[in-house]
Every structure is written in structure tokens, then in C-alpha cells.
Design a protein around this ligand. Sequence first.
Ligand code: ATP
Ligand code: MG
Length: 285
Amino acid sequence: MSKLKIAIQKSGRLSEKSIKLIQECGIKISNGERKLKAESSNFPIEILFLRDDDIPQYVEQGVADIGILGENEVWEKDKKVIVISKLGFANCKMSLAIPKDEFYKDIQYFSGKRIATSYPIILQKYFDSKSIIVEIEEIGGSVEIATGIGLADAVFDIVSTGSTLLMNGLKEVEVVTKSEAVLISNTALSTEKQQILDRLLFRFQAVQNGNGNKYILLNCPIKSLDQITKIIPGMKSPTILPLANKEWCSLHSVVKEDEFWDVIDQLKAHGAEGILVVPIEKMVL
Ligand code: ATP
Ligand code: MG
């Protein structure tokens, strides 16, 4: 039986989360010493550990069937691959930054300027779309020091918190695009590999759904049950269990992670007590 070959980053910002996602899908991988390859003992998958720059090419050629990498690398390498889904981690912006004391009004500032970046393709497309001519200096890394050493007037790079820019006396002036980790695939998978991919996607989905949600349990007076179920409708409707005290009941439901603080305040206002919010490992809708 064939195995689905998945390429992930060997070491870097994506490695740990890529492995964690695979493991949370119940897929066992033995890779104590970080070799080039690892297999799973309980799922037809083989993992290839590569530099993220190489993943689009390998997936295009079919050396790997699928891969996990930052969407920024997919855009930059511009290979023929399919972006199957966003994975919700390694979120970052791709921004233009200039020395912090420079006056900045609008994007015309960059006309005729030299900009250092590791992402020349994305940057060129951006300025082409604005009909602005710039000079792009491609460099491999440490882009943020380029203005300080007189290599360029501005930089275009990945920004997450902006602290690296600040440390180098730069300010972010334009967010060109936003990126996050994505799953890509080869354009011509065999039927057998497509079936394995579908099984894997089903599991990814369950893990992702779980991550965005919390399981909530609480006790509330029966008289406020109507109001409380309106606040947390749950996946279909909340589970309501009787308590020994006939005037009270226990209610279980699912709330969105980013909404639960608001919800909790409203619940307390309606007399809910003993509120527990617990993580959900997986959720199949
Ligand atoms: P490799 O050795 O595999 O080529 P790399 O140095 O190119 O690694 P990393 O710095 O590990 O790459 O970043 C991998 C990806 O993580 C980036 O392409 C981007 O999608 C994402 N990312 C998220 N936040 C940041 C950040 N603050 N800085 C850099 N990359 C980030
Ligand atoms: Mg790289």
C-alpha cells in the first residue's frame, strides 16, 4: 500500500507546531533524532524534514505529496501546487518598514527607493500592482539590518510583534499581506493518496475545530435557563442535566475560545455558578 509523503520544516518556527498537529491527529511518529525521514506506525504516512524554501518545489515535483509551510513561501516560490487549507498557526504580516525618523505619507514614498528583502517576487508583484518602480535588493536573511549598514533605504520582511524592527530603528509603514501556515498538495495525487489525504484532512479539521472552542459546564437556577441557553446555544442545543436541588440544573455546551470571556460575564449576571471551561482536544462536527 502506498504512503502519503508529507514535507514539513526540519527546524524552525514551523517544525514544532507541524509535528504537534500530526501527533494530535493520533498519528504516531518515531523521530527521536530528527532524521531526514520518519514513518508512522499507525497511519500510512511518511514525513520528510526539509528546509521550508524547498517544500513548494518538492511538492510540485511529487517528491513529497503534501507539505506544511508558511503561505508566504508558497507565494514567493510560485510553484504549481494546491493550497488545501489554512492551518491557523505561524501567523505573521509581511510589511514594509523604513527608518523611524523618516516622514511617511503614503506608498509613493517608495518610488525609486532601494528595498532589501528575502521575498523579491511578492514585493515586485505588489509594486507592479501599484505601478511604482522600486529597486529590490534580494538578501538571504537579517533583512532588518539592511538600512543600518547602508544597503537599502527600506526593508520588506515578515513581522509578528514588530520588536525586531524597533530594535533596528525601523517603523512599519505598510502591511503588504498576511500569512499563516498552510497545507499544500501536489496537483496530481493518485486516488489512493487522495483517500489518505482525505482521512488526514478530516483529522486536521477535528483538531482545528477543537482548538478554537472550549467546553463549558455550569450550574444555574432553572428560572434563568431560558436566558442562559440564549447566551450559549451550543453546537445544536446545550445539554441540560438535573441536580439534586430541584431549583437548579447543570448545563454543558461549547463556546468559541475568543468569545468565552464575554459569555462568562453574561452568564454570571444571570446567576450561573461553578463555571468550568475546559479545552477540547478534538471535535467532529
Ligand atoms: P528554513 O531553514 O527552513 O529555510 P527559515 O529561516 O526560512 O527556515 P523560519 O524563520 O523558521 O524560516 O520561519 C518559517 C516561517 O514561519 C516563515 O516563512 C513564516 O511563514 C512564519 N513566521 C511566523 N512568524 C514569523 C516571524 N516572526 N519571523 C519569521 N517567520 C515567521
Ligand atoms: Mg526558509
